[in-house]
Structures are given as C-alpha cells and as structure tokens.
Design a protein around this ligand. Sequence first.
Ligand code: FAD
Ligand code: SF4
Length: 404
Amino acid sequence: MTSAASPSGAVAPHERAKPLAKGSVYPAKDLCSQCGLCDSRWVAYVKDSCAFLNQRFDAMEAAAHGRSRDLDNEDELYFGVQQRMLTARLQQPLDGAQWTGIVSRIGVRALETGLVDAVLCVGQSEDDRFTPVPRLARTPEEVLSARVNKPTLSPNLEVLEQLPGSGIKRLLAIGVGCQIQALRAVQPTLPLDELFVLGLPCVDNVSRQGLQTFLESTVSSPDTVVHYEFMQDFRIHFRHSDGREETVPFFGLDTPKLKDVFAPSCLSCFDYTNAGADLVVGYMGATFGRQWLTVRNPKGQQLLDLVEAELDVAPVSSSGQRQAAVQQGIEAYDKAVKLPIWVANLIGFFVERFGPKGLEYGRFSIDSHFTRNAVWLRRHHPDKVEAHIPAFARRIISRYRLPD
Ligand code: FAD
Ligand code: SF4
C-alpha cells in the first residue's frame, strides 16, 4: 500500500508539482527518452528517478524482487533476477499482435479476472500507426486495440497524471526499461494498492522522424509498413499493408546512415532486459518464431498463471558461439561499414545456420549493444561513464576489445 502524504501529514512533493511544459528541455536533456514521467506531477522526483540521471539497478532490483542479481550466475548477469525462464507461444495467436500476443492476452486476463482495475498500455494515433498514444485501458477491448509495437519513444508515464481520482487502485503497467525504472522509483508515492509490471526488452528505439529515416533507407515501400521486427534469423522482417512480407539481412543495413538514427537515450542504455519488471516477455532468448519469458518474482508468476494454460511452453535452449561475431561486429560498426547486399546475404546465410541460437542469441545481442553503447557514452558523455554503466554491464563489456 502506498500513500501520497508523508507520515507527518506534510504535503508530498508531487502534490505541489505540475507537469513540465511540452516542448521544453527536460532534465536529462539530449539523453531524455521521453518516458513521460516529466509529463506528470511525479516530475517532482525526476532527479532521483530518471533512468538517465540516476542509475539505481541494485536498489530497484532489491525493492522489486527482494534481492539484486547474482553477478556470478551467467543467466542472471545477462538476463537479470529470475526464478524461471521459458519459451512459449499462444496456442491461438492473436491476429495483429507483435509476436503471438502473450502480452495483450495477459492484459486482457488481468482485467477479466479482476486482478487489476486498469492496464497501462500503448495505443496508436488515429493519423499514424507508428505514433504511440499511452492509455489506462479499463476494458479487454482497449487492451487488445493496443497490441503490436509502436517502435518509437513513448511517453507511457504521462498517464500517471490520470491516476488521482480515477478509482484505479490496482494497476498492470506494460513498458520498456527506462519507463519501468522511473515507475519503480516513484512507486512508493503512487496512489495505488497494488502494481504489477509486465516488461518488454528494448533496444535501438527511435523518434518518429528517426523511424522514417530508418524505413526509407531500409525497405522498398516505407509508407506501407505496418509491422517490423529484428528477428533471430539475423534478418529484419517487414510486413506491408497488403500482407506482403519483406526481409532484409542485418548485415546489409546502411550503417553509415543509421548510426545517428537511434535515440541518444537508447545509445546510453544498459537495461535491455528490463531489470525492474515482474515478468518480461520478449523474443530474443527463444528460437525463431517463439516468445521468451523471464519470471523475476512471485508477482511475475501470478501474471503468467493468467495465461499459462493457453500456452505451448518449452524450456529455453542455447547453442553456438557468439564471441567472435560480437568482436567483429564492434569493429565493423565503428568503421561504419556498408556491405554489398550479396555479401550481406552470404554472411546471413552462414550465421543463421551456424551462429548463436536461443539464449546464446540473446547474449549476442546484449554483448553487441552494451559494447556499442559503452563506446558511444565514452565519446559523447565521458563524465557519465563512471556512474552510468552498471556493474553487470561492466563485467560483460570487459570481455571485449573496444575501440578508443
Ligand atoms: P503484443 O500483444 O502485440 O503487445 C505489444 C505491447 O507493447 C502492447 O501491450 C503495447 O502496450 C506495448 N507497446 C507498444 N509500443 C510500445 C512502446 N513504444 N513502448 C512501450 N510499450 C509499447 N524484444 C526482444 O526480445 N528484443 C528486443 O530488442 C526488443 N525490442 C523492442 C523494442 C520496442 C520499442 C518494443 C516496444 C518492444 C521490443 N521488444 C523486444 C519486445 C517484442 O518486440 C514484443 O513487444 C514482445 O515480445 C511482446 O510481443 P506480443 O506479441 O506478446 O505483444
Ligand atoms: Fe523526464 Fe523521463 Fe526524460 Fe528522464 S527520460 S528527463 S524522467 S521524461
């Protein structure tokens, strides 16, 4: 149970605060991921809560899961505190979901069973399928209409502003790492009796303009894309409005053009696997076509219990060796190499057959992003390196040779 006023009866800081004006410079400046906290009165706590001003992984993990991750356990080092990892598919996939729709189905069941009063999720703007509109969904239909990724920075926490007076006492929040870090930091001050957190892994997010640049440099018909995903077969899969599928090999991306597309927040983030969530649902630790779930604590299991009977479940698996591919990738990315498409396809062919799979693919992706981000941070914000890179990421990064 949380309360708005301090035990002495004094007015809590957020009761006196106002959201920042849209368009103003937010406290994290160029590193701001527009998580939405500053668009609510909980901006009062931004200095301690913003993922880009104050990293607090150990405290967050201890408060949410009862302990911080065990750095000597490779699974926890990479994927965070856990009591269970598995792969799964909904036996009846949800049409139009990002993968099979496990996230939306959990949101629906959480409302139907009365576990929560509302679900924080992200719908889309009426004019643009890729512009996110966060909402507090009160019905299964509203949760379902928020299915599928809006692959752009989303101000999820702006809806905290709607909590006071709403009657919502039990909330399920769906979100990516930076949003969840800020949410966990302000959790004790929220007017809620119960909070469940369903996390998505996240990297390389972009502004709406950045997304346009990415689509225009990568895909045959940018305006008809309705869905895309970087998948475990080392290809980006695009789906167009007429149902057509198009795939592009990772190794064929226009790196010189795309290096500047990712949001600075994402180039300085080490919370790929969403350390603060009760349950995380992604794909990158599963074999192609399946979803990958990490249950961090009993609340996470409670969320999974809502849908487990509807899932086709399998254990996690791991094969291949990632290290040499990660090291080569660090150097190629730094030189901003763009490969001819036939070379990209050839590399893709061999990597898909003989490269890392399952959890090893997850570690490949984490290693590649953490090393890239460490280099970016060192070059662009050298003063932040010490405080900003958490211990688990340091240990992973130290396994590779980085450029100056
Ligand atoms: P669905 O049932 O389709 O539900 C999708 C949910 O995503 C909805 O509830 C919606 O509220 C939420 N959502 C949509 N857009 C946003 C947004 N911009 N911010 C926050 N929440 C949003 N998984 C990986 O394993 N590796 C990755 O690198 C990875 N990157 C991701 C990057 C982004 C920006 C996002 C949003 C997700 C990413 N994921 C990643 C998660 C993955 O793509 C799927 O979202 C997840 O596996 C759930 O699939 P589903 O079919 O169950 O989701
Ligand atoms: Fe505020 Fe969130 Fe931006 Fe940090 S990332 S400055 S908390 S909106």
